[in-house]
Design a protein around this ligand. Structure first.
Ligand SMILES: N[C@@H](CCC(=O)N[C@@H](CS)C(=O)NCC(=O)O)C(=O)O
Length: 334
């Protein structure tokens, strides 16, 4: 993959530095600062950034499941007027993530065309992968955090006093359960599809694709009598799973060769997917056109870059999840 080395943009083989013995290993993200209501310390005990309206900006791609998690939380938590977004072009090119027009990134940084400019503005000699999502501080001109798992937890609570929103997608009492599901789903589904798609040997591909379907089968059985992943409440575990399910038939089934079954062949998973898609303001974060163009433009997987016409989706079709007991969302005690 193209990446930054000592602050210099190097064009190269996609994901090459994340490959070992034919298997894909996702690089760890680098920026892990936190935002708290008053800038007091975050979960790591370090000083945090304070929550302020129009101070932070999300740089995303609609292709990307990790970035989409953050867009979902921005919408669910009523943060559209508080955190602005910049959306990259769907296909990642030789300059990495690129914006169609220059993006205003606040007074401390020049307008940017390429995502890597944010990384070098934050750390002039940065070395590593340049990924979305990025949570950017417009006031200080630097990256706060580039790890979606952190960003959704920041958005889940940091701005509540400003928005009056008390929905809690990571409630204290369910954390052990949520964390356990997250681990299983990350390894085998969210990242599992990438391990299958980027595998460079028959064996690593088969192992990864088998893991994907083993865990999809398990989730299908679990969802037969559970409305949501971690029980009766909708939590971050659901949204983390949702972004991969929503891309499955459009991208992973084809480009990543996860084709033992389609997602729409799973009754419970596909009804669950539709319930989540139809949840307040979520559908606008799912851009199937960007998803298909983005994944089908990964040149080493699809050299012609031809984007297939299908499959036809109708995530707005009715779902049958109401038959299961569900209590919606946990509200945070005031
Ligand atoms: N662990 C990160 C992963 C982010 C990630 O890998 N994003 C991909 C897009 S789906 C990316 O930007 N890749 C850039 C590259 O491979 O050069 C997160 O969850 O935020």
């Amino acid at each position: 993959m193209p990446a930054l080395v000592n602050g210099e943009w190097i064009k190269g083989d996609v994901a090459a530095s994340e490959m070992k013995d034919g298997a894909f290993h996702r690089e760890q993200t680098h920026f892990h600062n936190w935002i708290t209501p008053d800038g007091n310390q975050g979960p790591d005990g370090q000083p945090a950034f304070p929550a302020e309206p129009d101070r932070y900006q999300l740089f995303v791609s609609y292709l990307c499941p990790w970035a989409s998690r953050t867009l979902i939380f921005r919408n669910l938590k009523g943060l559209r007027d508080i955190i602005r977004i910049s959306v990259a072009e769907p296909a990642i090119g030789e300059n990495g993530w690129t914006f169609a027009n220059e993006q205003d990134a606040g007074a401390k940084a020049p307008p940017i065309r390429y995502l890597h400019q944010l990384y070098t503005a934050s750390e002039p000699r940065y070395t590593g992968k340049v990924s979305v999502p990025v949570l950017w501080d417009r006031k200080e001109g630097r990256i706060v955090n580039n790890e979606s798992a952190d960003i959704i937890r920041i958005l889940n609570s940091a701005f509540d006093a400003m928005t009056g929103d008390d929905q809690d997608f990571y409630p204290e009492e369910s954390r052990p359960q949520i964390d356990a599901w997250n681990r299983l789903i990350y390894d085998n589904i969210n990242n599992g599809v990438y391990r299958a798609g980027f595998a460079k040997s028959q064996q690593t591909y088969e192992e990864a694709a088998s893991d994907v379907f083993k865990v999809l089968d398990k989730l299908e059985a679990h969802l037969a009598d559970h409305r949501y992943i971690a029980g009766q409440h909708l939590t971050e575990a659901d949204w983390r799973l949702f972004v991969t399910l929503a891309r499955f038939d459009a991208a992973y089934h084809g480009v990543f060769k996860c084709n033992i079954r389609r997602l729409c062949d799973y009754h419970n998973l596909s009804n669950y997917l539709r319930e989540l898609y139809q949840w307040q303001d979520v559908r606008e974060t799912v851009r199937i056109d960007h998803i298909k163009r983005g994944y089908y433009s990964i040149a080493h997987l699809n050299p012609t870059r031809i984007v297939p016409l299908g499959p036809l989706h109708n995530f707005d079709a009715p779902h049958d999840r109401e038959r299961l007991l569900g209590k919606g969302i946990v509200r945070r005690a005031k």
